[in-house]
Design a binder for this molecule. Structure first.
Ligand code: DP6
Length: 331
């Protein structure tokens, strides 16, 4: 069988974080997470089905627009997911994969969420198969990037903890036009992967305590989104982001994702909110800060973040509608 498909899948930013893996084989998280699907930070992936005897080929489109053979680590992560999808589809075909990101990879911007969501959906489409959003979420999750389970959907997305379930859309993007102004402080690939962070999280003395706090925290975030109540959303989103890093820093051995600039940006955002600007901060497993804000606050937030010397660049993103297929193939 030969087929080709291209999918553009977005990254997402978690407001309630997945941190700690309960079952690594089944890819079950300890806790429910809730994220906002983004719009501009995307991965575009083209998948071409090859013959059964053909080996997988993984190519990455460079900024200059050329396709290069992917590095070993990246290619083996892709191939491992291709193997899972082959088993699911009962297919023995090889695949040619071409992929590109609209944003820096591995810098705490969940490039694996968009990457594995795009890869999974493109393989399914190239094989001529159809899946529900729920099935796509489960298939994407098996990549090992749990956050990919949320990137196959749009708007505000919840992924249940402790069960072999799929993510679900809480509300669509049009419900609340929140913005995500990302302050890039460090574009390098992080030293400790999320996978290792999930494993080490259990060694933190605060891990169990956070799990006890989460049900109420999740309810507050969910309700604030349903009510479009930024005043209710902001403190709980910051509290949750700080807890993730508290657990990382108190894991054994500890993980420090922050840079000095991270603290400076956090302080700036708290100051702006005290002055009445609708903005709050969250961070994934990286140094960069996501300033979540309302559309009215966006301009002021961008200006303020750009004035911080440690901020290398600012990415403007917003809530988005989820993955799309495209005719602009990379291969
Ligand atoms: C801190 O295992 O999904 O971003 O594969 O690196 O994207 P990546 O990580 P994953 O863990 C995500 C950890 C997090 C919080 C979150 O997105 O829920």
């Amino acid at each position: 069988m030969t087929g080709k498909a291209t999918v553009v899948a977005p990254s997402n930013i978690a407001l309630i974080k997945y941190w700690g893996t309960l079952d690594i084989d089944k890819m079950l998280p300890y806790n429910t997470s809730l994220s906002m699907t983004l719009s501009c930070c995307t991965t575009t992936t083209t998948v071409e089905v090859l013959d059964e005897s053909d080996l997988d080929q993984v190519l990455v489109r460079t900024e200059a627009g050329e396709l290069e053979v992917a590095g070993d680590r990246f290619a083996s992560g892709v191939s491992a997911q291709l193997d899972r999808l082959r088993r699911w589809a009962g297919s023995g075909s090889g695949f040619r994969v071409g992929t590109m990101n609209s944003f820096p990879m591995g810098a705490g911007l969940a490039s694996s969420a968009s990457g594995f969501a795009a890869l999974t959906l493109a393989v399914v489409a190239a094989l001529g198969r159809e899946v529900s959003q729920a099935e796509a979420s489960i298939l994407a999750r098996y990549s090992g990037s749990g956050s990919a389970a949320r990137s196959v959907m749009g708007g505000y997305v919840e992924w249940p903890g402790r069960e072999d379930g799929s993510a679900t859309e809480l509300v669509r993007a049009e419900h609340w036009d929140l913005r995500d102004v990302v302050a890039i402080l460090d574009e390098r690939v992080k030293e400790v992967s999320s996978r290792e962070g999930h494993r080490r999280a259990l060694t933190s003395p605060y891990f169990e305590h956070r799990l006890r706090l989460l049900p109420e925290r999740l309810n507050r975030v969910r309700q604030a989104i349903l009510d479009r109540d930024f005043g209710a959303l902001a403190p709980v989103v910051e509290e949750e982001a700080l807890d993730l890093h508290l657990i990382a820093m108190s894991s054994r051995p500890p993980i420090f994702y922050w840079q000095p600039g991270t603290l400076r940006v956090l302080e700036l955002i708290r100051g702006m909110r005290a002055d009445g600007v609708e903005v709050c901060a969250t961070m994934d497993a990286g140094a960069n800060v996501h300033a979540i804000c309302t559309a009215d606050a966006e301009e002021a937030v961008v200006g303020a973040l750009e004035s911080v010397p440690e901020v290398q660049s600012v990415i403007l993103d917003r809530v988005g509608e989820g993955p799309e297929s495209s005719d602009e193939h990379l291969l």
